[in-house]
Design a protein around this ligand. Structure first.
Ligand SMILES: [Mg+2]
Length: 369
């Protein structure tokens, strides 16, 4: 099997309802989709979608610029040899991890299709199906946060994430107490500021919420900030934006800084890198989630497949933005949240997502030999 062509598409994902973080209110995210075409009947699909230019290092335009360097390197290679593909991409561009991740995901999709196995089977087999997911409560008043927490639990969710930051910390403290009042036994929750507090604010928040059983996710901007607050907070600390690569993740576990992770596939290198994070977290009994910033059925399926293979005792769930947006690429097998859980897509081998002809319109770019 040889890659003959890589096509790049853009797709706007219209959002439903409000989704606010400390840095920005999410608009209609602009997803980038890659189609890896081979000299067989098989094509592989990958996707990367940022919420916008403020929440992550990459954005749609930078991903597409990085693809101009990384994507041509796949042409002529056997996509089943994912290590060889990584070597070729890494010889073309030092950074560009998000773009490389989309191509990595497409190669895993192809490997599955070529071997008639689902991606979760290639990764060791599912340990849970359906896979738990968590749902976000956006930044709002204490009353709004409590109403949303009740609604989500009524809908079957047992994992919640309250967004915070970008305003007076007293407002976040009040919202956390309001949610704590309505959280039911068996519901896990965290408070995520997406880097939104100063170290002083994070410590004040933790002290004011002492005894409330949540974890604090990425309360401050940098790794050094998190090290600075760790001795002064009483809540478990989860790293998200600061967990940039395997070396950093390993260091955060070894030093005791991280009690868990909110991990994004396309921040660290796609399914290949997330497999390594899964194994590291399993070996050290540190919980992680299997997320991405945003996106449609392809990236959601990738998160779901890897997440399904984690020991459920150490899984914080596999996130999907399906609950916050309109429509699917695959109306039958697309990633859906049912009672707070996400079944593994059942559309066949690979990612299990069937992309209809013409789903994304004309490609933005085509790389061929
Ligand atoms: Mg997060």
């Amino acid at each position: 099997m040889k890659v003959t062509e890589v096509r790049v598409y853009g797709k706007t994902l219209p959002k439903v309802g409000d989704y606010s973080m400390s840095s920005a209110r999410v608009g209609d995210p602009d997803s980038t989709i890659v189609e890896v075409v081979t000299d067989t009947d098989h094509v592989g699909w990958g996707e990367v979608c940022m919420t916008g230019p403020m929440a992550q290092v990459s954005h749609a335009a930078s991903v597409r610029a990085d693809l101009t360097l990384a994507a041509p390197r796949l042409v002529g290679l056997d996509p089943r040899q994912i290590g060889v593909v990584w070597q070729a991409m890494s010889a073309a561009i030092y950074g560009g991890v998000a773009a490389k991740s989309a191509l990595d995901i497409a190669c895993w999709d192809l490997l599955g299709k070529a071997t008639d196995l689902r991606v979760c089977d290639l990764l060791g087999g599912p340990l849970s199906n359906p896979v738990p997911t968590y749902h976000v409560i956006g930044i709002g008043t204490p009353e709004e946060a409590a109403v949303e927490a009740i609604r989500l639990q009524d809908a079957g969710h047992t994992k919640l994430q309250l967004k915070a930051g970008g305003r007076r910390v007293e407002a976040d403290i009040a919202a956390a107490h309001a949610v704590a009042d309505v959280v039911r036994p068996g519901t896990d929750w965290s408070v995520d500021t997406n880097m939104g507090w100063t170290t002083d604010q994070a410590i004040r928040f933790s002290n004011a919420c002492r005894g409330l059983a949540f974890a604090m996710e990425q309360p401050c901007a940098t790794y050094a900030d998190l090290e600075a607050i760790k001795p002064s907070i009483s809540h478990p600390l989860l790293l998200d934006e600061s967990a940039t690569d395997l070396a950093t993740i390993s260091r955060a576990i070894g030093s005791g800084l991280a009690n868990g992770f909110g991990m994004k596939l396309t921040r660290i290198g796609g399914i290949s890198a997330m497999r390594a994070v899964r194994d590291l977290c399993l070996a050290t009994r540190v919980p992680t989630s299997f997320d991405d910033s945003w996106g449609g059925d392809i990236i959601s399926a990738a998160c779901n497949h890897v997440g399904s293979t984690m020991d459920p005792r150490y899984s914080r769930g596999a996130w999907t933005s399906a609950g916050y947006q309109q429509g699917h690429y695959d109306d039958v097998n697309g990633v859906r949240i049912i009672d707070g859980m996400v079944p593994i897509p059942a559309g066949g081998p690979g990612l299990g997502i069937v992309i209809p002809e013409g789903c994304f319109g004309e490609p933005l770019a085509v790389y061929a030999s």
